[in-house]
Design a protein around this ligand. Structure first.
Ligand code: IDP
Ligand code: MG
Length: 196
């Protein structure tokens, strides 16, 4: 019988994770939870490849702007002054551009991760998008204090070490975007017999 709980997700060590020597730490946290790396490579992505990795629809771009805006609201900072616009879509477009600059600064490590509830498990291990709000024990909570207020005022993306797919659709699209079928390997972890 097919195992309904077993999922595949896409994970990437971002340029700051690579530059800070955290590739091993990030992979360790995935493996120790029982997740399996079934594809892995280091890539220096082109602007086009990264731009196609992130969604282009307006709903997603608007939501990107939201994350920073909420923090500005909490701090009582004037949105228009900080972002040069009070429009979420326009702010989102700026953040998307900063994100592409960030993601093409240095190589990234791309992976396909498989395991029980892999998408959710990896998102939990990685932690909140905003490192200043991420729980201690998560990657972003343990290794970063970056925040939208700090990043947006410096006109750059939030540096948060790793990317992980959020939905089934996102995972499927991202896995195909980064890996061919031949680069993905089916193999067994014998210790799973003792784990589940
Ligand atoms: P996620 O990486 O936790 O899935 P998304 O909302 O999908 O978060 O955003 C993609 C990436 O865009 C984030 O990981 C972060 O690097 C960057 N980002 C998100 N919101 C902002 C912001 O308000 N300012 C600067 N960068 C942002
Ligand atoms: Mg995301």
């Amino acid at each position: 019988m097919a195992k309904p709980a077993v999922e595949r997700t896409f994970v990437m060590v971002k340029p700051d994770g690579v530059q800070r020597g955290l590739i091993g730490e990030i992979i360790k946290r995935l493996e120790q939870r029982g997740l399996q790396i079934i594809a892995l490579k280091m890539v220096k992505p082109s602007v086009e490849h990264i731009s196609n990795h992130y969604p282009t629809d307006e709903v997603w771009i608007k939501r990107l702007g939201d994350k920073g805006f909420n923090v500005f609201n909490e701090l009582g900072i004037d949105l228009k002054e900080a972002m040069g616009t009070a429009d979420n879509l326009e702010a989102g477009k700026k953040v998307r551009k900063w994100l592409i600059d960030y993601m093409t600064e240095a190589p990234v490590v791309a992976m396909v991760v498989e395991g029980v509830h892999a998408r959710d498990m990896v998102r939990k291990i990685v932690g909140s998008t905003l490192p200043n709000k991420a729980e201690i024990g998560t990657l972003r909570g343990d290794f970063s204090v970056d925040s939208p207020a700090a990043a947006n005022l410096e006109k750059r993306a939030i540096k948060n070490l790793a990317h992980a797919s959020e939905t089934k659709e996102e995972a499927e699209k991202e896995i195909c975007h980064w890996f061919s079928q031949e680069e993905i390997h089916q193999w067994d972890r014998p210790d799973h017999k003792a784990m589940f």
